[in-house]
Structure formats: C-alpha cells, structure tokens
Design a protein around this ligand. Structure first.
Ligand SMILES: NC(=O)C1=CN([C@@H]2O[C@H](COP(=O)(O)OP(=O)(O)OC[C@H]3O[C@@H](n4cnc5c(N)ncnc54)[C@H](OP(=O)(O)O)[C@@H]3O)[C@@H](O)[C@H]2O)C=CC1
Ligand SMILES: Nc1nc(=O)c2c([nH]1)NC[C@@H]1CN(c3ccc(C(=O)N[C@@H](CCC(=O)O)C(=O)O)cc3)C=[N+]21
Length: 297
C-alpha cells in the first residue's frame, strides 16, 4: 500500500480563508478588527521564523497583529507586566507567548497570568480543565489541527484505537483528551513505555509528538492505519551545510504501510497556525458578546 498524503497545507489554507470571511464579518459588526498579540522573548531563530509567519497570516486573514519582541534578559516581572497590559487592552483578543521561554522565566507563571478568555494557545489551566471536563474553552492549536485532519479523513472516529506518543501539556495530553471526546480508545505512550513498537502496532490512529527525528518506523504501523506526524526536527540535509525538516515518523517506511499520513513539512505545522487564527476569531466574537455558530469554523 502507498499511503495517501494528508495535505495539511491545503486544509490550512481553506481554514484560513473561512476565518478571513468571518473576520471581515466581525469587523463589520464590531467596528474593529480582531487582534492577536504575539510575545517573543529572546532571539531563537526558529521562534523568530514562526512568529513572523504567524504575524503574516494574521494580517492576511484581516486581523490585527501586535508583535512584542523583548530581549533575552527580560525580567520575569517585566514579561508579566506586558501580559497584564495585553489582558487589559480591548483591541487584543488573543495573546500568545512564544515557548520555550529563557530559563530564568517560569513558564507556568506566565501562562497563568494570561486571561483565559484571551488564551488562544489553550495552555492556561482553566482551558486545560475545560477540555478535560468537556466545557467550551480554547483547545491547543496543534492537537485541534490534528483532530480536524483526522475527522476530515476518517469521519466518525468512535471505537477506533488511537495511540498518542508523547504526553506534553501542549500536544500529547490535549490530543488524548480530544480523542477520548471522540470516543476513541486512547493509549498515551511516553519515554517510559515498554515495547513501544507493539503498542503502536495496535493503533488505527497514530499521533507522534515525541521530538525525535524519524523514530517511528514503518514496521511499527498496523497496515491501513492513519498516521499524524507532529514532529518538527531540523536535521542535516543531503548537501553539506544544509539542513532539512523531518518528522517523528520515518516517512518512507510508514507510507508503505499506512493508509494515510501527514508529511513534514506541509502537514500539521500549517494547521497549527490556521487554528491559532481560528481561536483568535472565536475569542474576538466572545469578547464582543457576538454570536458565532458552533460549527462556523
Ligand atoms: N507541528 C507543530 O505545530 C508543532 C510541533 N511540535 C513538535 O512536536 C514534537 C513534540 O513536541 P512537545 O510535545 O512540545 O515535546 P516534549 O519534549 O514536551 O514532549 C515529548 C514527549 O515525547 C516523549 N518521548 C521522548 N522520547 C521518547 C521515546 N524515546 N519514546 C517514547 N516517548 C518519548 C516524552 O516522554 P516523557 O514525558 O516520559 O519525557 C514526552 O512526553 C516536537 O518535535 C516539536 O517540535 C510541537 C508543537 C507544535
Ligand atoms: N506559545 C506557543 N504556541 C505554539 O503554538 C508554539 C510555540 N509556542 N512554540 C513553538 C511551537 C512550534 N510551532 C509550530 C508552528 C508552525 C509550524 C509550521 O508552520 N511548520 C511548517 C514548516 C515551517 C518551516 O519551514 O520551518 C510545516 O510544518 O510545514 C511549526 C511549528 C508552534 N509552537
């Protein structure tokens, strides 16, 4: 079998277009644009690329982008003051503080400072709790993007065996919550999991969010399974001095057995940004007390 390629880039473009239409409708009703503030502390080149890309997509979708670039030695108190200022700013509907933060800053403290109703990353404990108990709130962008791709491909997920590899607060755990809510039978694997290959072999759905280049091999995959590769790993390329992006899944061997698979790049990554815009739009409607149909976007 040669797996179908799940085109996250194309799906994300469609989602961004829908968000753009609704952002224009929001502006007409509210008399202002929806706004996303992105805060970057330090000069990590990969983070700078993401932040630039987020800013560009935000403006393209007809929303305001407010970028805050703070030096790497910014004091925690000053970052918390910036978050407070954004919490109080009515032009800002969504706040994203790019992670990871420099070592001297307590990430949990910063996330806790964000108003949960502006927490478009869905990282605040209030939103994690809402997801866990099935209340409306903000869901982290990457796992929600993965779920959209899965539902688009498979329709009803109920009764399917899903294995999530990784248990981080930003990807693995919320991904597992979403799949439980879809009535999958969910296994969460991590670095202490025994016989990972055998665990993965059971799965109709494999979500790999490990951070280890090409770790998941084709012979771990059940024939016909759907594989979602969240990993973004920069490795040495074929040409000397050049690098390339690879996922957490060994693409060629997995594509030979899976029925469908996301590529890296062009899979989950573009979905993350599109869902961020979607969450910002939803935040804007809620913050203005305007109706937005649950299935609008
Ligand atoms: N496409 C996108 O938009 C995004 C991509 N990413 C990418 O997704 C990947 C995961 O990110 P994130 O969740 O933040 O990473 P973390 O490092 O926070 O978590 C990695 C998880 O993988 C587990 N793990 C590590 N090694 C192994 C192993 N050998 N076998 C089994 N499990 C293992 C860890 O287990 P333990 O808990 O036991 O340590 C941990 O739970 C990264 O490649 C990241 O770049 C992340 C966010 C967005
Ligand atoms: N508060 C916070 N929220 C995040 O959502 C967040 C974060 N911090 N820190 C870093 C991770 C990582 N992340 C990605 C977003 C887009 C791509 C993406 O668009 N990737 C392209 C390739 C881009 C390239 O070529 O480098 C793709 O996969 O096709 C990847 C990774 C969001 N993150």
């Amino acid at each position: 079998m040669t797996a179908a390629v799940i085109d996250g880039k194309a799906f994300a473009a469609t989602l961004r277009a829908r968000v753009g239409d609704l952002a224009a409708a929001f502006e007409a009703k509210a008399g202002r644009k929806a706004g996303l503030a992105v805060v970057l502390v330090g000069e990590d080149p990969a983070s700078q690329v993401y932040v630039r890309s987020k800013g560009k997509s935000t403006v393209e979708a007809g929303m305001n982008s407010f970028e805050y670039k703070l030096p790497a030695d910014t004091a925690e108190a000053d970052l918390l003051a910036t978050v407070d200022q954004l919490n109080a700013d009515p032009a800002v509907d969504g706040i994203l503080v790019q992670l990871p933060l420099p070592k001297h800053i307590d990430e949990q403290k910063v996330i806790a400072a964000i108003n949960p109703d502006k927490d478009v990353d869905g990282f605040h404990v209030t939103n994690a709790g809402r997801l866990a108990v099935g209340q409306p709130g903000f869901v982290p962008c990457t796992p929600l993007g993965c779920l959209m791709l899965l539902k688009d491909r498979l329709g009803d997920l109920s009764g399917l065996d899903a294995v999530v590899i990784g248990r981080s607060n930003i990807v693995g755990k919320p991904m597992a919550q979403l799949l439980i809510a879809e009535s999958c039978t969910v296994t969460v694997a991590h670095s202490r999991t025994k016989d990972l290959a055998q665990v993965v072999k059971r799965a109709d759905i494999v979500v790999a969010a490990v951070g280890r280049a090409e770790m998941v091999k084709g012979d771990w995959i059940k024939p016909g399974a759907t594989v979602i590769d969240v990993g973004i790993n920069r490795v040495a390329g074929a040409e000397a001095g050049k690098t390339k992006l690879v996922g957490d899944v060994d693409y060629d061997s997995a594509a030979a057995v899976a029925s469908a698979i996301t590529p890296v790049p062009g899979g989950v990554g573009p979905m993350t940004i599109a869902v961020l815009l979607r969450n910002t739009l939803v935040a804007a409607y809620r913050n203005e007390g305007l109706e937005l149909a649950a299935d609008a976007v």
